[in-house]
Design a protein. Structure first.
Length: 300
């Protein structure tokens, strides 16, 4: 889809606003700083399609090392937000920074898993080649992947349970298998921050479980994963932070304090009637988890 926006307004702060941590510890606290550099910081971000705003004045700061869900109704601008902060869509106003710097200076830190429906799965290539594409950000387009990159790509396929499909044409894979291949490609990028656009959509239970395991492993490595997510029932189970979006930012923060009925009502409006049972279930699960925690402590 072509976009048509107002001229970009360059209102980015100076490069010294959020100095990047040294020694490869992206997002770590630097000397003299009162707080760590956010993994993603967005200020006054507005994006428009054909001069019609899709996102309005988004101000957002997300901490590094967390699993973060972006939720909201259809058409809320969730995918648009991801694409805008990665420079895949023009911005009408505002700015976005990744680990303290503009996205174009941080390409090597970014891993991206697009919506499966947006990919041309008939392209004549096999699973291993797709994963090795993740190495181009480090190698540059003039240098071809070698034995080391091939070995690393095979390891990434092993991590998502797809090593035995390395030579399979991607068009011959099931939807869940295709999604795993793209997750492996993101792993091959060796990124610090991952943007995933509905990775759980249309996958089987085994693939969903594999994705959750992978997300937890990335978090354990100190990575940040930002996921466009649609299943409210699993937000508390899968994520640490949540962003509630409906063209404007309604709320953002830790799941425990932000994923509430009040904020869901603000985000979904009348549609929350359909989701009320989910909200009740969310509250019940939280109460039971707290009860089990108390009983567990009492048993010690």
């Amino acid at each position: 889809m072509q976009t048509q926006t107002a001229p970009t307004l360059d209102r980015q702060p100076s490069a010294n606003t959020h100095p990047q941590a040294q020694n490869g510890q992206v997002g770590a606290q630097s000397p003299g700083q009162s707080a760590p550099v956010p993994a993603l910081e967005v200020h006054d971000l507005t994006v428009a399609y054909h001069r019609k705003p899709v996102l309005w004045d988004i101000d957002l700061s997300l901490p590094a090392g967390n699993l973060i869900a972006i939720i909201g109704p259809n058409g809320a601008g969730k995918s648009t937000l991801l694409k805008a902060v990665m420079g895949l869509l023009p911005i009408a106003s505002g700015w976005a920074r990744i680990h303290g710097k503009p996205w174009h200076e941080q390409r090597q830190l970014i891993g991206y898993v697009p919506q499966r429906e947006s990919v041309d799965w008939d392209f004549p290539t096999d699973a291993l080649d797709v994963v090795m594409m993740g190495a181009y950000g480090r190698l540059g387009w003039m240098r071809r992947p070698g034995k080391a990159e091939r070995k690393a790509a095979l390891h990434c396929l092993e991590q998502v349970g797809m090593a035995s499909f390395a030579d399979r044409q991607i068009s011959q894979l099931s939807g869940g298998q295709q999604q795993r291949v793209f997750l492996a490609r993101a792993l091959a990028q060796q990124a610090q921050i991952y943007f995933m656009d509905e990775p759980f959509a249309g996958v089987d239970a085994a693939t969903e479980s594999a994705i959750v395991t992978l997300l937890q492993e990335l978090k354990a490595q100190g990575k940040t994963v930002i996921v466009v997510h649609h299943d409210l029932e699993t937000v508390r189970e899968y994520f640490d932070w949540v962003v509630l979006l409906n063209m404007r930012l309604l709320a953002a923060g830790p799941v425990e304090t932000t994923f509430t009925r009040e904020n869901l009502q603000k985000t979904y409006g009348g549609k929350l009637t359909v989701l009320s049972a989910v909200a009740d279930a969310v509250a019940l699960v939280a109460a039971r988890q707290a009860q089990f925690a108390r009983e567990g402590k009492g048993a010690k």
